[in-house]
Design a protein around this ligand. Sequence first.
Ligand code: NAD
Length: 365
Amino acid sequence: MPSLLLLAGDGIGPEVMAETERVIGTLNKHGANFELSHGLVGGIAAVEEGAPVSDATMEKARATDAILFGAVGGPEFDHFSYDMRPEAGLLRLRKTFDLFANIRPAICYPALADASSLKRDVIEGLDIVILRELTGGVYFGEPKTIEDLGNGQKRAIDTQVYDTFEIDRIARAAFDLARARRGKVTSMEKRNVMKTGVLWREVVDQAHAAAGEGVSLDHMLADAGAMQLVRDPKQFDVIVCDNLFGDMLSDIAAQLTGSLGMLPSASLGAVDERTGRRRALYEPVHGSAPDIAGKGQANPIAMIASLGMALQYSFAMPDAAKALDDAIAATLADGIFTGDIAYGAPSVSTTEMANAIIERFEARL
Ligand code: NAD
């Protein structure tokens, strides 16, 4: 039986998770048989269980096939000590399960194409993913210092460092992803000026020869890639890159599509020997939105679409994933918007948005 652990968290996390749980209920009604478990995470876990993610919840996380994560944080937790910070719960999950591959899709629903800063014909129908290496590179490399040179000058050093295994595993994750999509990977680096770029390209090519069956591979310099991403984003399917370039390129891609309330993400780890599945955590890109928490105004699409990613990448249910995506697109096409995407048009509540999606989802199952 496929299993999911739901960690709703703080702020709007529980509101958008509750609606997503109803979507899972719809899947179960149609025979999916998801076994659900629940746990606390973030500020609420720190308050009620004495840690932003307790050992008991970590055990549940170990036992599940995939984790759905809401959002954590809020002003009421800002004074907590470093170890008790709500984000520490998310970081513990990422670290324990070595979630080294961050996937951010950029999808442009036709109904929202005018909200993009790009022209409609460039953006309409966009469906790409950026796969970012998340645990290595210049954010973590040593030495990482600011040194006083004693002559009124200081010197800051960051170190960009990648080992073969880190590049190999993210490349293989990219090929796995592409196989569940349109079968095309573009790898981006700066081999013209960076040694890590030279090794990156070499290892990605080797990984492609070993594990890239059925997937086409292109290489692009990351600066040219950034330009292509705003010039003609639909040319891409899966873009794979290191931590630094991925941070930037995924933000560009996010901006292509409009609101934060629309953006799902996934973080994948190594293949678990017990289940044969990659360790995985799926979460909206947005935070706990304290300004609208408890008001029934949150857009549940990022959270529901995160479930869609789980269906596609953890549970090999591409038909259900497509039905869910189509249901979201149809809801938007029918002019049903939450406040963040209404742009002056009338808006619906979190639950009304979920009702509309579930109704259209059910019709497609
Ligand atoms: P945020 O993403 O929570 O909110 C930014 C803005 O976007 C707000 O105006 C909010 O109302 C709006 N927004 C976000 N999600 C929305 C949704 N689903 N529907 C409608 N509107 C939405 O970012 P922030 O305000 O910078 O951070 C708030 C808290 O969330 C902080 O404590 C921060 O540390 C935390 N945070 C957590 C995560 C996470 O859990 N992964 C990520 C980012 C921020």
